[in-house]
Design a protein around this ligand. Structure first.
Ligand code: B16
Ligand code: MG
Length: 218
């Protein structure tokens, strides 16, 4: 039995922050007169802040100077952070803590693989940073998902071969990144969106510890 690495995405997998990213982007889109729906938002999940803005501007066919782009990027992050001010353990998505606990009891290696530059403060605020043996976030990588860099780096830090890594992801880009890395992709969300994942669970409440046992033994 080879050593495994369990790599968790953050936004939309561990914490319910995907809605805050959406709210902050929608505010900017509205100011620019761009229609930005939850369907459009799926393409922003797991994608870096800079790339997310470009996608929104492309949607509105807006050509903006770098100066304006920087202003919107700052505004988006300030709005996003203002939604997180009172963040605590209650923002952890249902079923996540028991799975983290189970993995710890089984002495499994756990990593975070997130595109977010706000990952560490979120893990601290929610009181779960101690579960993670390695953290790779938006500050550590140069290539955004669907590039596999973030997950490959996490597996490397844990000294685990990519094929022995299991990735939990809520975004299309993240599932593609895990697949490209030759890791086991586990989609957390809707099957209609995450159909490229090897396994899909609506949320962690639907995931039994027997699934984790199977992943550990495989
Ligand atoms: P930030 P994840 C991603 O986090 C989000 O899904 C995505 O919507 C966001 O734009 C990106 O982080 C960057 O986040 O602006 O906080 O640096 O899902 O990879 O954990
Ligand atoms: Mg995510």
């Amino acid at each position: 039995m080879n050593k495994k690495a369990f790599i968790f995405d953050l936004d939309g997998v561990i914490v319910d922050t995907a809605k805050y990213h959406f709210m902050a982007w929608q505010k900017i889109a509205q100011e620019l007169g761009i229609e930005f729906t939850p369907e459009h938002n799926e393409d922003l999940k797991g994608v870096s802040r800079v790339r997310s803005l470009d996608i929104i501007l492309e949607l509105g066919k807006i050509n903006a100077s770098q100066e304006y782009k920087n202003k919107w990027l700052i505004q988006k992050n300030e709005d996003y952070l203002s939604y997180l001010v009172n963040m605590d353990q209650s923002e952890i998505l249902p079923g996540v803590l028991p799975i983290l606990q189970f993995l710890k009891e089984k002495n499994q290696a756990i990593a975070l693989g997130s595109a977010s530059k706000n990952a560490r403060p979120i893990l601290e605020k929610t009181g779960i940073i101690h579960y993670f043996d390695a953290i790779v976030d938006g500050n550590d990588v140069t290539k955004a998902k669907p590039d596999p860099e973030v997950f490959l780096e996490a597996a490397k830090l844990l000294n685990v071969a990519p094929e022995n890594a299991i990735v939990f992801e809520d975004s299309i880009a993240g599932i593609q990144a895990a697949n490209v890395a030759n890791m086991t992709s586990v989609g957390i969300g809707e099957e209609t969106i995450l159909y490229e994942a090897k396994y899909i669970f609506k949320n962690f409440m639907y995931m039994d510890t027997s699934f984790i046992e199977t992943m550990i033994k495989k």
